[in-house]
Structure formats: C-alpha cells, structure tokens
Design a protein around this ligand. Structure first.
Ligand code: MN
Length: 317
C-alpha cells in the first residue's frame, strides 16, 4: 500500500475528512491543509474537511472545519502524521466508512488503527510525503499557492528548518517545488520566528540562572513559580531546553521541569549517549535526546554527578 492506493481512495470517495494529531504542529497542519488543497483543486465537486485541534502559531496555514457527526457517514477519513490511535484528534474517524493513515513515525503495536496505510519512517516530515504524492501524479493533480505554502511549512518545521537528520536531496527538491508556487521563504521564516514577550523574558531567566557541573553539564530548574511568573504553558516552558544547546564546553544539557505531580527532566547531548542515564531515572528515549524524572530538586545534584561520570573521558573535538 502507498500513494497509489491513496489516489484510488481519494477518487472513490465523495466526502473526505482529514484528521491530524492532538496538539498539532506545523507538519500536522501542513499535511492536512496541503492534502485538502490538492483534493479540492483537483476535484472541486468533492466535500473535503479538515478537523482536529487549532494550533495558534501555524494558524495562517489554514482554518479548521466544524462538522456534525452525520458528515462521517459514508466518508473516507484520512489521518495524517499520527502514530497511534490514542493521538488521533477528532476520534469520530471511527464513524467513517474507511480510514487511511499517512505517517512518517516508527510503528508500534498501537499504530494499526486504519484500513489502509502509507507509512514511511525514513522521511523527515509527513508533508514531504504529500509533496511526493503530488509530484508523482502531477499530470492529474492540482495544487495551489495555499497548499504549497502549507506543505512547505510542514517540511520546514519538522526538519528544524532543514537542520535535522533525515533531510535528503529529495527533501530540498520537494521544498523547491513548493517555491515554484510562489511560496515566500522569508515571509514563512518571519511568521515561524515570532515569539511572545513572556517567552523571551523566560529565555532571559534561563540564560541568567542556569547551573553547571564540573565536567560540562549545564541545566536549569524550571520551578512552578517560574512557570507562573512568566505566564507560559508547560509546553513552552519545556521547549526552553533548546536555549541551553550549543554552548561551548557543555555538551550535555537539561531542563528540570516541575509539573503538578512530578519533576520531569528533558535531557540532551551532542557528546556522550545519555539514553542509559535516562533509563536509570525512570525514563528513556533516544541516544542524544531523552526524558526521565527525579523525585525532588535535591536530586539534581546526584543527577549532575551521574552526567559528569559520562563526561569523565569525553573531550569535544
Ligand atoms: Mn511530522
């Protein structure tokens, strides 16, 4: 199964409802609105809706549709960029006649919630998949500026602006194809770069009050008081881990975030692998990016000592 089946199913259905995941990001929106644009421009007689949650910072990409339950009757639901059933936004996809999943996340036992699948976990964004879909069948498919902009935003955001592993020549070719539709790279960059004053002030706090260990661990204690003082969401507070990246002499960095019931650690490295350490503290993740928890802020010192142990024989080149 794959893009050929997707085209077949799009042709077959008169009503198509496009879903994404909870707390949608740029790629989720990009995929949903890019696909809607292709279907609507190619087959104007079809009813196409985008459902799910609103994402403030990419709201310029498109506006969600509010639809009643009966719209799902006899419809095709397409779920984009969503690895597991539990993450699907607007669970009414179960009311649709058939469900098609398009995704680029690694599958696990909860990933098989659809009737049809097009999954490629080697690709850095789901938006790239839709761009490839368009490019493959461009003799019969149409795409407009709005759709191209949506797909470009998805490719840019999920790759950290083309900086992460997984970006290939194909990624840039597909992004380049979107530029042919008039996408303004500077305008997109400006829109995605806007931060709230609260966030900027919190960044200042992080950069003024971080702690360091002896061997090259840099971290910040994001207490409940700080989160309240700067009036940011837990999500925005947690994103501050990136503020401590890229500092010379500190190849491992972390944020200790005080949630209502626990203190979670977001741990990052450009040097030694830290996944094992995360597991020791009831967490896990990837070799260079992991998450775990500590019982209290007192534990941060022991934690820092454990990181120092990993750094003992490490020298940045
Ligand atoms: Mn994605």
């Amino acid at each position: 199964m794959g893009k050929k089946k997707l085209l077949e199913k799009i042709k077959e259905y008169k009503k198509i409802i496009i879903h994404g995941h909870i707390r949608p990001d740029g790629d989720c929106y990009g995929t949903q609105f890019g696909l809607k644009d292709i279907i609507k421009k190619t087959y104007p007689e079809k009813e196409v809706y985008v459902v799910g949650e609103t994402s403030e910072y990419v709201s310029f990409v498109g506006t969600l549709d509010t639809i009643s339950d009966d719209k799902f009757e006899g419809a095709l639901s397409i779920v984009c960029d969503t690895a597991t059933a539990e993450r699907v936004s607007d669970k009414r996809y179960t009311l649709a006649k058939e469900v098609f999943k398009i995704d680029h996340h690694v599958e696990n036992e909860d990933s098989f919630y659809a009737d049809y699948y097009w999954v490629d976990d080697l690709l850095p964004s789901a938006s790239q998949m839709i761009a490839v879909f368009y490019n493959t069948y461009k003799k019969e498919l149409k795409l407009s500026f709005e759709g191209a902009r949506a797909l470009y935003v998805g490719m840019v955001t999920d790759t950290g602006r083309f900086r992460y592993r997984g970006v290939t020549r194909k990624t840039h070719e597909m992004a380049g194809l979107m530029l042919d539709f008039g996408v303004d790279v500077e305008d997109i960059d400006n829109r995605l770069s806007i931060e709230t004053m609260d966030t900027i002030k919190l960044k200042g706090e992080v950069l003024s009050n971080f702690k360091t260990s002896e061997k090259g661990f840099i971290y910040f204690k994001m207490t409940k008081e700080i989160i309240e003082k700067y009036n940011v969401s837990y999500e925005d507070a947690a994103a501050m881990v990136n503020v401590l990246s890229g500092i010379e002499g500190y190849p491992v960095w972390a944020l200790f975030i005080e949630y209502p019931t626990e203190i979670r650690v977001r741990l990052r490295s450009r040097g030694p692998e830290i996944e094992g350490l995360a597991r020791k503290y009831n967490g896990g993740g990837h070799q260079k990016a992991a998450g775990c928890r500590v019982n209290s802020f007192d534990e941060t010192e022991t934690f820092a000592k454990d990181v120092d142990e990993l750094l003992t024989n490490y020298h940045e080149t």
